[in-house]
Design a protein around this ligand. Structure first.
Ligand code: FAD
Length: 362
C-alpha cells in the first residue's frame, strides 16, 4: 500500500518523492518508463569516461534562493557561467547580442551609447507586437533579425518567428553592454558530481520504491495507493481524447574527439549554416579534465521524444481542454513540463513542485 504513486522520475517527480518520504514519512512508489531516473536532466559517463547529458546540455540557473538552497542539500556546485557564441557571416560572435557582437560583426568600435543609437535607427516601428518577428524587429531591425533569429527559429521549430507567440523570442535579451554570459540569474552552476547524483541523493530513502522500465498504465491497476502525482504527458493520461498535443523534438549526435578542446565556449549556435542548431562541448560545462572531449550536435525534428511544447495559441487552447479534465479529478496532481504542457526550466519545475508540496500535499 502506497500513500503516493508518482509517475516520472524527473525533477518534478523526484522533488515531490523526496519531500513526501522525508518530511511526511509516507510511502512512495515512483513509476518511470525509461531505464533511468533523472528525466531529461539525466547525465552519465560515456565509454571514454566523459560526463555527458543524454538529452542535451543542462545548465542550472535561478533567481529563486529557496530553489537554490533546496537543490544545494543534494549537491555541491561547480561554479560555471554559460557562454554561447553564434557563427554568423563566417565569424563567431557573442550571443545574446551585445556590444562586442556588433563591433566584431561590422568591425565597428561603438560605445554603449552609440550602440543604442544604432538599434534606434535600425528598429522597425509597429503599432502592435503580434508575434516573435515583431518582437525582434521592433528592438533591433530586420538585418540583425535575419542574421541571428529568423533561420535559427525556422530550424528549431520548423516555423518562422511570425508564426510564433511573441514570448518565444522575448526571452532572449538584446544587450548594449559587454556582458557575455548567457544567463544573468543570481545563482548559476553545475552539480559537482553530475545531475544523476542529485537524483540518487534525493531518492535515497527507505520510504521510496522505484520501478524503472515501466509505463504507469501497465501497472496502475495492480497497485494499491491513495494519491497519484502525474508528471508524464497530460494528453496520454486522458488517452488523447482531445487529440495529441504537438511537440518539437531533437536528435542528438554525440562525438568524442581525440583532442583536449574542440571549441572556445560551452555552446556555439549555427543559425544559418548546417542542419543542426548548435554544438555543445560538455567539458566546458562540467569542468572535467580529460585528454579527449565529447561534443553533441542538436538536430531539431518533428519525430521523437516530446521535448518542446509548440508555443502557438491553438495548442494552448487544446491543452486547456485537458487541464479542465485534470481539475475535476480528486487525489490526482498534474505537475511538470509534460503534464502542464509548458516549457519550464529546471528551477521552475523545482519551484512548482515545492509549491505543490507545501500547499496541497498532506
Ligand atoms: P522530465 O524530466 O521530462 O521527467 C518526466 C519523466 O516522466 C520522464 O523521465 C519520462 O520518462 C517519465 N514518463 C513520461 N510518461 C510516462 C509514463 N507513461 N509512465 C512512466 N513514466 C513516464 N532547463 C534548465 O533549467 N537549464 C537548461 O540548460 C536546460 N536545457 C535543456 C535542454 C534541452 C535540450 C531540453 C529538452 C530541456 C532543457 N531544460 C533546461 C529543461 C529541463 O529539461 C526541464 O525543466 C526538466 O527536465 C523538467 O523536469 P520534469 O520532471 O517536468 O520532466
Amino acid at each position: 500500500m502506497y500513500n503516493y504513486v508518482i509517475v516520472g522520475a524527473g525533477f518534478a517527480g523526484c522533488v515531490l518523492a523526496e519531500r513526501i518520504a522525508n518530511l511526511l514519512n509516507k510511502k512512495v512508489l515512483i513509476v518511470e518508463k525509461r531505464n533511468h531516473i533523472g528525466g531529461n536532466a539525466f547525465d552519465y559517463f560515456n565509454e571514454d569516461g566523459i560526463l555527458v547529458h543524454k538529452y542535451g546540455p543542462h545548465i542550472f540557473h535561478t533567481n529563486n534562493k529557496e530553489v537554490w538552497d533546496y537543490i544545494s542539500n543534494f549537491t555541491d556546485w561547480y561554479h560555471y557561467q554559460h557562454k554561447v557564441l553564434a557563427y554568423v557571416d563566417g565569424q563567431t560572435v557573442p550571443m545574446p547580442i551585445n556590444l562586442d557582437t556588433i563591433n566584431i560583426l561590422y568591425n565597428f568600435n561603438f560605445s554603449s551609447d552609440e550602440l543604442n543609437n544604432y538599434y534606434e535607427n535600425a528598429k522597425c516601428n509597429k503599432k502592435e507586437i503580434l508575434n516573435s518577428e515583431d518582437m525582434v524587429i521592433t528592438k533591433i531591425g530586420e538585418e540583425l533579425y535575419e542574421k541571428f533569429f529568423k533561420n535559427y527559429t525556422k530550424k528549431q521549430w520548423d516555423l518562422y518567428p511570425y508564426e510564433l507567440e511573441p514570448e518565444v523570442i522575448a526571452r532572449i535579451p538584446i544587450r548594449n553592454n559587454r556582458d557575455g554570459r548567457y544567463f544573468t540569474d543570481k545563482y548559476q552552476g553545475m552539480p559537482k558530481y553530475g545531475y544523476t547524483k542529485i537524483f540518487e541523493n534525493m531518492l535515497n530513502s527507505k520510504n521510496i520504491h522505484i520501478l524503472l522500465n515501466t509505463d504507469f498504465k501497465d501497472v496502475i491497476g495492480d497497485v494499491e495507493y491513495e494519491n497519484l502525482i502525474y508528471t508524464g504527458p497530460i494528453d496520454y493520461y486522458f488517452d488523447y481524447k482531445y487529440g495529441k498535443l504537438p511537440y518539437r523534438s531533437l536528435r542528438f549526435e554525440f562525438e568524442t574527439l581525440d583532442c583536449v578542446k574542440y571549441q572556445e565556449v560551452g555552446t556555439v549556435n549555427y543559425p544559418n549554416d548546417y542542419d543542426f542548431t548548435r554544438i555543445t562541448e560538455f567539458k566546458h560545462l562540467t569542468g572535467q579534465k580529460h585528454y579527449k572531449t565529447t561534443i553533441v550536435r542538436e538536430y531539431p525534428s518533428s519525430e521523437g521524444e516530446p521535448f518542446y511544447p509548440i508555443p502557438q495559441r491553438k495548442n494552448t487552447e487544446q491543452y486547456r481542454l485537458y487541464e479542465e479534465e485534470a481539475q475535476k479529478l480528486k487525489n490526482v496532481f498534474f505537475i511538470g513540463r509534460l503534464a502542464n504542457y509548458k516549457y519550464y526550466n529546471m528551477d521552475k519545475v523545482v519551484e512548482e513542485a515545492l509549491k505543490l508540496f507545501y500547499q496541497n500535499i498532506k
